[in-house]
Design a protein around this ligand. Structure first.
Ligand SMILES: *[C@@H]1O[C@H](CO)[C@@H](O)[C@H](O)[C@H]1NC(C)=O
Ligand SMILES: *[C@@H]1O[C@H](CO)[C@@H](O)[C@H](O)[C@H]1NC(C)=O
Ligand SMILES: *[C@@H]1O[C@H](CO)[C@@H](O)[C@H](O)[C@H]1NC(C)=O
Length: 352
């Protein structure tokens, strides 16, 4: 009861705060619904998904900051047309202020992907006790988990096929719902929907990238195109950074992640999509955003994305995570009948 009273009290004080700041600083809302300015628009994230408010953080920053609830996050992993439990994605709360999302897409067996998805969290937790700089936490953790994986492979699998195993890793850390830090190796993807448009947060580490291929060649590696014209490092690996792939590390296939920090603006950022390349090979970033934007819930969005990828001929396993942010539902056009299953929208397609 006391707790409830306290809650109501806080809510009251909080509403007052918002009201005061809005009445004084910004002109009164006369119903023109200027995007991002008036209270109605800010409140839009409360309509379709009930994202709870992160009170302390909102008071500190003077803006409404929602808490990203783990149980609202959509997650789907599909093998062929069958659904399967063996996924390689992680959604965890590392502490009350830090969320961790990871996608790991393995090759040459799933050993590396499993190892990294199981153990990366321990390294993150360790480095978080040493520094609050999330970029260093990610860089050190990627390096550590790779080294331990390499040791594990050398010790247990040097004579079997598992020795060649490797994995991509795309990891997002979200601190206090506002500071988003991406650490990434390989060709999985992370996309932020900002102002209704896709914003790619990851870069593909592929031999087609000039800087990447220069590093490979300087280290004595070779870029060899297969019969389909796809470039592979030493004719074996279609990416230039990964965790695992021990025998390619001396040829410049690095485990050091690409790192990026971005501030989440909950007034205009609707969601974060992370997925394995099975999705990005099948449909473009714009199509991904079109599909997710037309869905009611993150889980529905995940299922539709996986269906779309399969529909457009992805043979690959597809794993998708959709994380709702403040502007979830804001760019949804209720009057559009987007057809999911009858064909691609050619004007938005990268193959057009
Ligand atoms: C996150 O928020 C808490 C309070 O909710 C605050 O004490 C902490 O300093 C914040 N962390 C950062 C890195 O801003
Ligand atoms: C999909 O996952 C299954 C089980 O992990 C694996 O056997 C199969 O090789 C994977 N397929 C592709 C195309 O990666
Ligand atoms: C969407 O579909 C409904 C029913 O199928 C139809 O009544 C409506 O006019 C369509 N809207 C648009 C914008 O095409």
């Amino acid at each position: 009861m006391l707790y409830l009273l306290f809650h109501i009290y806080i809510h009251h004080v909080f509403s007052l705060l918002i009201c005061i700041s809005h009445c004084c600083v910004i002109s009164e809302n006369k119903g023109t619904r200027t995007s991002g300015v008036n209270f109605d628009t800010l409140g839009s994230w409360n309509n379709r998904l009930a994202l709870p408010i992160l009170y302390e953080q909102s008071i500190i920053t003077g803006k409404l900051i929602p808490r990203v609830p783990l149980d609202e996050i959509g997650l789907t992993s599909v093998i062929g047309r069958r659904r399967d439990n063996e996924d390689r994605c992680v959604v965890e709360e590392l502490s009350s202020e830090l969320l961790y999302f990871g996608i790991f897409d393995g090759h040459c067996g799933s050993l590396a992907a499993e190892y990294v998805s199981d153990h990366l969290i321990d390294h993150l937790s360790f480095w978080l006790t040493k520094t609050s700089d999330l970029k260093s936490v990610l860089r050190n953790s990627f390096c550590d988990v790779h080294n331990l994986l390499a040791r594990h492979l050398l010790y247990y699998h040097i004579d079997d096929d598992n020795f060649k195993t490797g994995t991509t890793a795309t990891v997002c850390l979200l601190r206090n719902s506002t500071e988003l830090v991406v650490g990434h190796v390989g060709d999985s993807i992370a996309i932020l929907c900002r102002d209704g448009q896709p914003l790619r947060l990851s870069v593909d580490h592929v031999p087609e990238d000039c800087e990447e291929s220069v590093r490979i060649i300087q280290n004595g590696g070779e870029i060899i195109h297969n019969s389909l014209g796809v470039a592979h490092v030493n004719g074996r690996l279609a990416m230039t950074r990964s965790l695992g792939d021990v025998e390619l590390k001396s040829f410049g296939v690095s485990a050091y992640p690409y790192l990026r920090t971005i501030e989440v603006k909950h007034g205009s950022d609707a969601y974060l999509v992370m997925s394995s390349d099975g999705l990005s090979h099948a449909i473009s970033d714009q199509e991904i955003v079109n599909v997710v934007t037309s869905c009611q819930t993150p889980q529905e969005a995940c299922s539709r994305l996986a269906d779309q990828a399969q529909h457009f001929g992805s043979e690959d396993n597809v794993t998708v995570v959709v994380i709702p942010l403040g502007a979830w539902g804001k760019y949804q056009k209720l009057d559009t009948n987007y057809s999911f299953n009858f064909g691609r929208v050619l004007s938005n397609s990268k193959f057009y």
